[in-house]
Ligand binder design. Structure first.
Ligand SMILES: [Cu+2]
Length: 362
């Protein structure tokens, strides 16, 4: 060992000795505009783990699509990946083993908020022996906006009401076309008095009456006029409870979304065809963003070995356009629907939450 190297080694060994009591954990500071810093626990490494994505201690500026663990052996059945924050699971669907059995993946909830996440996993060998492991990473999306809110500053914060579970469009969504309707979802029956207005510059672009539908009357819905102009819309809704403790009581909520037709320029233009096929392949919809003419029959075909679905937004309500909910699709299975109403149809696969698509009917 050279002198200078020896010197470095001595300094390092002193630092390691001093730091050994602190080795149980380490802090990585994150000094971007948020000023957030995260305290990561030391990973517990499964003996055969070769690599993991995201990396331990990573601070990501967007939500990863999946957790991926690479191994230096062949994994058997029984593997598990969990991604937790504040006692809530953000792993989605089942844990998958790659066809070469050298990696294990699980999808991540695309709505996962900012914060520190703990990945707990268990990797199993062919002989059924399993070993646990753990590591942490953080998500810190750009901007200082609170969790779950739009990062586009044109939008003012939404006002939610009791028993609200979801709505379509989402707050802060910038849409490539006009939504066919606005749907607000609840976990308890809605009753008379519930109503939706879709406002821009004091004008209501909702058409017809607000309706209540779905199993147990969980959704309130209002159609939207298809010639609504580009711009920001404020949805003002009144939610009235039908049964239970709050029978007859009403609450007002708001959220906002925008229409920007220029976003449709990125869509695959399949207009002028009577029939169009979208393939479900490599856990994605191909093409993902599709423009078709009114009256087109669209067929989704699963070409993956895994089970997929076509589900209208949001998950798990699937209420935006209920005819667009398929049965489970095995490899080779198809789902076909004819679209007579112009507008935007956002959808997803309920088995793979980052597997999303949008159909724009012109
Ligand atoms: Cu899927």
């Amino acid at each position: 060992m050279k002198n200078s190297n020896r010197h470095t080694a001595i300094v390092l060994s002193i630092l390691l000795t001093v730091g050994s009591s602190l080795l149980a954990s380490r802090t990585i500071s994150f000094a971007q505009q948020s000023g957030m810093s995260y305290h990561f626990s030391t990973p517990i490494k499964e003996p055969h783990l070769k690599d993991n994505t995201p990396a331990a201690g990573a601070v990501l500026t967007s939500v990863p699509s999946e957790i991926k663990l690479d191994v230096d052996f062949y994994v058997g059945p029984g593997d598990q990946i969990s991604m937790m924050k504040d006692g809530k699971e953000y792993g989605m669907g089942v844990t998958f083993v790659s066809s070469d059995k050298r990696s294990v993946t699980r999808s991540v909830d695309p709505e996962a908020p900012n914060g520190l996440y703990t990945v707990n996993y268990e990797l199993c060998a062919d002989d059924g022996e399993c070993h646990p492991g753990q590591y942490q990473f953080a998500i810190q999306k750009a901007g200082n906006i609170a969790d779950g809110q739009a990062t586009d500053r044109r939008f003012s914060p939404p006002k939610d009401v009791p028993q609200l579970t979801a709505h379509t469009p989402l707050h802060g969504a910038v849409l490539a076309g006009v939504p066919i309707n606005v749907v607000v979802d609840f976990n308890y029956d809605r009753g008379p008095g519930s109503k939706i207005a879709i406002l821009k510059d004091g004008k209501d672009y909702g058409i017809g009456d607000t309706t209540i539908d779905g199993l147990s009357n969980l959704h309130i819905r209002r159609n939207m006029t298809s010639d609504a102009p580009d711009g920001i819309y404020t949805v003002k809704y009144t939610s009235c409870q039908l049964n239970g403790t709050f029978n007859g009581s009403c609450n007002d909520g708001t959220f906002q979304f925008a229409i920007d037709r220029s976003k449709a320029s990125t869509f695959t233009d399949l207009r002028g065809q009577k029939a169009v096929t979208i393939t479900l392949k490599n856990i994605s919809f191909d093409p993902r963003y599709v423009m078709v003419s009114k009256g087109t029959t669209v067929t989704w075909k699963n070409e993956d070995d895994v089970l997929h679905y076509v589900n209208t937004d949001q998950h798990p309500e699937h209420s935006y356009y209920p005819p667009m909910n398929s049965q489970s699709l095995l490899k080779g299975d198809t789902f076909t629907l004819t679209f007579d109403r112009p507008g935007l149809y956002p959808y997803h696969c309920s088995a793979h939450h980052h597997m999303t698509g949008t159909l724009l009917v012109k």
